[in-house]
Design a protein around this ligand. Structure first.
Ligand code: UDX
Length: 446
C-alpha cells in the first residue's frame, strides 16, 4: 500500500488495522517489521496520501472506492481441513464489516492468499444485501518476497489481476490495471479469470518451494557421494530450460507462505478427489522437514553422538536474510531439534531475536539470546549457521575459533562461509551437499 501511495499521489490510501500498537509503530520511524527501503517509502508518502489508522473503520469503509483485504489467513487449526486449509474467519468477518458500513458500490480485492473459489464465497456474502449495493470481487495476489519487498514492488516480474468476464468485472479489472500502470509497464500487468488468479498464487509458491526441495534432496545424495551440490546446481542451472534461480541448497525453506500455500494446494487436490496430485505436492513439505531433521542428525553424529550439555552458537533465527520474520523458520526447527538433544543454545541474529523469543514459546526459557556473535560463540563446541546474513560472512573466525572448545565444529546450513579457510583455522567444517572437512582420520558418521 505504501508503494501504491508513493506512485499514485492522486489517490488517498488509508491502511486500517485493529492492532493499535502496530498502527502506532507504522506512524513512527520504528516500523513493526524490518524491511530494507520500506521506511524511506513510508516517510515519503505518509501524511500526504498514506495514512495508518486503528479508528473510524465505518467512515473509512464508507468513503473508499476500492478495498484491499489483506487480513491473515493462517492454516486452520480446528475442524474440517485442520492443519491444511486456510482459516477464513478473519476474511469473512471483514467482508461482513465492509457490507455493514458501505453505502456505495465498491471493488473488493483479495490480497491475502486464499484457497481457490474464496472470491465466490465472499461475493455471495457481499452481494446478498438488502441495500441494493454491488461489490465486484477481484483477486490480486502478492508475489513480493520478504527482504526484497520494495524492489519486487517497484519492479515486479508481473502483476496479476483476476476478475469476472462480465461488463462489471472487466471494468473493475481495468480500474486496477490503471492503478498499477502508474509505475508498472502495461505488458507486465496480466489479467485472468478469478480462479486462475487465485490458483496461480498457490502454484507459484509450490513451484518455488519444489525447486528448493528438489535441490535439497540432491544435497543429501551429494554428501554421501563426494559430489558438490553447488557445482551440480550450477551445471543444471546453465540449462536455460531449468535456469539458475532458487537452486540454493539449504537447511530448508521457511517463511509464512511456502508451507501454508502448499498445504492449501494439497487440501484443494484432496477435496477435488485427486489424492495422487495431493501426495505429489505434499512430498515437497516432507522433504523440507527431512532436510531440517537431517541437519540436526548430522550435528549429533559428527559431535560424537551426544550434544547434551554442549554449548552451541546458532547464527541466525530469521527464515532468510534481511528480514526479522521467524515464521516457519528452519533455524527455529533446528533449535527445537537441538534442545531435544539437551544442547545448550545461544541464539544470535541481528534483527530477529525478539520474534524468535516469541515463536519459540516455552522453549525460549532454555535459550540464551545474544546479539553479539563473538560472545555467542565463546566457550561453544559448535556453531550452526542457519540464516544467510551477510554479517556472518564478515566475522573474524580465527578469533571465534580461539574462544571455542576443542575440537570445534561449524555447520554451515546456508553454504555462505569459506570452508577451506575455516578448515585451515582448525574447524571441522560441515556444509550442505558437500563432503565434510575433518581433522579426524575417520568420517565420524561411519
Ligand atoms: C515467497 C515467494 O518468493 C514470494 O513470491 C511470495 O509472495 C511469498 O513467498 P518469501 O517467503 O518472502 O517469499 O521468501 P523467499 O525468498 O521465497 O524464500 C523462502 C525460503 O526459501 C527462505 O527460507 C529461503 O532461505 C529459502 N530458499 C530460497 C532456499 O533455501 N534456497 C533458495 O534457492 C531460495
Amino acid at each position: 500500500m505504501a508503494v501504491i501511495a508513493l506512485h499514485c499521489p492522486q489517490h488517498t490510501v488509508t491502511v486500517f488495522d485493529i492492532n493499535k500498537k502496530k498502527v502506532a509503530e507504522w506512524n513512527s520511524d520504528q516500523l513493526p517489521i524490518y524491511e530494507p527501503g520500506l521506511l524511506e517509502v513510508v516517510q515519503q508518502a505518509r501524511g500526504r496520501n498514506l495514512f495508518f489508522t486503528a479508528s473510524d473503520i465505518d467512515r473509512h469503509i464508507a468513503e473508499s472506492e476500492i478495498i484491499f483485504v489483506s487480513v491473515n489467513t493462517p492454516t486452520k487449526t480446528f475442524g474440517q481441513g485442520a492443519g491444511r486449509t486456510a482459516d477464513l474467519q478473519y476474511w469473512e468477518k471483514t467482508a461482513r464489516m465492509i457490507l455493514e458500513h458501505s453505502s456505495s458500490d465498491k471493488i473488493i480485492i483479495e490480497k491475502s492468499t486464499l484457497p481457490v473459489r474464496t472470491a465466490q464465497a465472499m461475493e455471495n456474502i457481499l452481494n446478498t444485501n438488502a441495500k441494493g449495493l454491488h461489490f465486484e470481487v477481484l483477486s490480486n495476489p502478492e508475489f513480493l518476497a520478504e527482504g526484497s519487498a520494495i524492489q519486487d514492488l517497484e519492479n515486479p516480474d508481473r502483476v496479476l489481476i483476476g476478475g469476472h468476464d462480465t461488463p462489471g468485472g472487466k471494468k473493475a479489472v481495468q480500474t486496477i490495471v490503471d492503478l498499477y500502470a502508474n509505475w508498472v509497464p502495461r505488458e507486465r500487468i496480466i489479467t485472468t479469470n478469478l480462479w486462475s488468479s487465485e490458483l496461480s498464487k498457490l502454484v507459484a509458491n509450490a513451484f518455488l518451494a519444489q525447486r528448493i526441495s528438489s535441490i535439497n534432496a540432491i544435497s543429501a545424495l551429494c554428501e554421501k557421494t563426494g559430489a558438490d551440490v553447488e557445482e551440480v546446481a550450477y551445471a543444471i542451472g546453465m540449462d536455460s530450460r531449468i535456469g539458475p534461480r532458487f537452486l540454493k541448497a539449504s537447511v530448508g525453506f521457511g517463511g509464512s507462505c511456502f508451507k501454508k500455500d502448499i498445504l492449501n494446494l494439497v487440501y484443494l487436490c484432496e477435496s477435488q478427489g485427486l489424492p495422487e496430485a495431493a501426495a505429489y505436492w505434499e512430498q515437497v513439505i516432507r522433504m523440507n522437514e527431512y532436510q531440517e531433521a537431517r541437519f540436526v542428525a548430522n550435528m549429533v553424529s559428527a559431535m560424537f553422538n551426544t550434544l547434551a550439555g554442549k554449548r552451541i552458537a546458532v547464527y541466525g533465527a530469521a527464515f532468510k536474510a534481511n528480514t526479522s520474520d521467524t515464521r516457519e523458520s528452519p533455524a527455529l526447527a533446528v533449535c527445537r531439534g537441538l534442545l531435544a538433544e539437551k544442547a545448550e543454545l545461544v541464539l544470535c541474529d541481528p534483527h530477529a531475536l525478539e520474534n524468535a523469543r516469541l515463536d519459540l514459546g516455552d522453549d525460549a526459557r532454555l535459550v540464551t539470546f545474544e546479539i553479539n556473535p563473538y560472545i555467542a560463540a565463546e566457550g561453544a563446541h559448535a556453531i550452526a549457521v542457519l540464516t544467510e546474513w551477510e554479517d556472518f560472512t564478515r566475522l573474524d573466525y580465527k578469533r571465534i575459533f580461539d574462544s571455542m572448545v576443542n575440537p570445534s565444529f561449524i555447520f554451515d546450513g546456508r553454504n555462505i562461509l569459506d570452508r577451506a579457510k575455516l578448515f585451515e583455522m582448525g574447524f571441522n567444517v560441515f556444509s550442505i551437499g558437500k563432503e565434510p572437512l575433518l581433522h579426524f582420520n575417520q568420517h565420524p558418521t561411519e
